[in-house]
Ligand binder design. Structure first.
Ligand code: URP
Ligand code: ZN
Length: 460
């Protein structure tokens, strides 16, 4: 199997030039001008288009039993939608609840993905409790190719860990060279404020953000940073939403704490007024941490541009509006948290980030691919375009004009918070390890081509 992508403008995190890319089997083998295609080679003319390294989403939920219900996508639907949107690698949260066995949870999540994913994948292993048995199981899971953990400071009783468990998890991670990703919100404050709001008859979706204001997230970040400093573990803050939380992370970083920051495409493009829409409509916009005041968008875009925020993810959570989100119509604490966006991240980041001049093309590639690959032990196999790298390539047409709609998207969920939003650019061709998977918005690949990416920890 060979593939030649001709005349495209190659853009990586640090380079930009016009050249041809030749791929043999699964790998990029040559990059040069005027490459000739041996007989049998598939040739794609990328003149006038960009060629980006395959994008990586470092935070998705696909199989997700949560808040008394299930997210709706499967690996079949999610991986194909991801590819249509230019994402060629998924990192899913493997999230067994506190009541479940950790290793059995890992095996269960693997079972959902193996043989069913069209794109490559790996997992962050959630640590939802910590005892001697969990510790042994985590060591085994790392041996099986996982190099990142996840802890939740929120969701007590379901996923949340207490401080002893947090400390032990970070100590183990430091010993094993594993990076710990963390949901940072103070659970006690959320629980108390939620009770007060409900008792006062404040039950609608907009109360969700009242129950967890920026100080709740900033306290969560500060808390994690204290534990990270004392253990020396490498940490990664998932879905950071606001200035108050970012200030805590920056202060800790200046103090020598090892911390990487992720934000989400939702926080860059939406704000809390969306969750204040009348009636149950606001439930579509309920996620945690919540959408914030508009002023935070500029802070986050600037953070990406200045290298203070390193990655952009989706935290994709496909809960239907009509059957799932509406479960919380009389009580905002019962709205399944999360906003689906897996398919749209790259087109939104390009349209509302690059095209508006908020970030340049190199930052775009860096935050949506390269930094994730580096942070999660996938680089240089993923995250760049160079000989020896996997041939995961996105030929991107900057002249495309279209609109996002739930009627046409490929994720398996009945609404889009970006309904009717225009996009200016989209992938015209996407490859997965040298095989074409997408042409002009249509999945044309192999439904089971994706493989589990074994990773070696490096964060000692
Ligand atoms: O609202 C969110 N973020 N839902 C998914 C679970 C989590 O917190 O990551
Ligand atoms: Zn979270």
């Amino acid at each position: 199997m060979s593939l030649l992508i001709k005349n495209g403008e190659i853009v990586t995190a640090s380079e930009r030039y016009v050249a041809d890319i030749y791929c043999e089997n699964e790998t990029i083998t040559r990059i040069d001008r005027n490459l000739k295609a041996p007989p049998g080679t598939e040739v794609i003319d990328a003149r006038g288009q960009y060629v980006f390294p395959g994008f990586i989403d470092p935070h998705v939920h696909i199989y997700l039993p949560f808040m008394g219900t299930f997210a709706k996508d499967t690996y079949e639907t999610a991986s194909q939608a991801a590819l249509i949107g230019g994402t060629t690698t998924l990192i899913e949260m493997c999230a067994p609840s506190r009541a479940e066995d950790t290793l059995a949870g890992f095996e269960l999540w693997m079972k959902q993905a193996v043989g069913r994913s069209a794109c490559d994948f790996t997992f962050h292993m959630s640590v939802t409790k910590f005892n001697d048995q969990t510790e042994a199981q985590l060591r085994e899971i790392v041996k099986r190719g996982i190099s990142s953990f996840k802890v939740y400071l929120a969701y007590k009783g379901a996923f949340g860990v207490d401080d002893t468990e947090l400390y032990r998890t970070l100590k183990l991670a430091k010993e094993l060279g594993v990076i710990v990703t963390a949901h940072c919100e103070n659970e006690t404050l959320i629980a108390e404020r939620s009770k007060e709001l409900l008792a006062a008859g404040k039950t609608g979706p907009a109360q969700h953000h009242e129950s967890r204001p920026p100080a709740v997230e900033a306290e969560g970040v500060h808390h994690l940073m204290t534990f990270a400093k004392l253990t020396g573990a490498a940490t990664y803050i998932v879905h950071l939403s606001c200035k108050e939380a970012l200030d805590q992370a920056i202060a800790a970083r200046q103090d020598g704490v090892r911390v990487t920051v992720e934000t989400l495409i939702q926080y860059l493009t939406l704000d809390k007024s969306h969750a204040e829409k009348a009636g149950i409509e606001g439930a579509k916009y309920v996620m945690s941490p919540p959408l914030r005041d508009l002023r935070n968008q500029e802070v986050l875009w600037n953070g990406l541009r200045d290298g203070l925020v390193q990655t952009v993810a989706t935290d994709h959570c496909p809960f239907d509006f009509t059957t799932k989100k509406k479960m919380g119509k009389n009580d905002f604490t019962k709205i399944p948290n999360g906003i689906p966006s897996l398919e749209d991240r790259i087109n939104l980041l390009y349209t509302y980030g690059v095209k508006t001049g908020k970030i340049d093309l190199h930052t775009f590639v860096n935050v949506a691919s390269t930094q994730t690959a580096k942070t999660f032990d996938l680089f240089p196999r993923k995250g760049t375009i160079q000989p020896g790298a996997d041939a995961d390539l996105v030929v991107y047409d900057p002249k495309y004009r279209g609109k996002i709609s739930a009627k046409t998207h490929h994720i398996n969920v009945d609404y889009s918070v970006f309904e009717g939003w225009k996009i200016e650019g989209r992938p015209s061709t996407v490859t997965v390890r040298g095989a074409v998977a997408v042409r002009d918005g249509k999945f044309v690949g192999h439904a089971d081509r994706g493989t589990f990416l074994k990773r070696q920890p490096s964060h000692f």
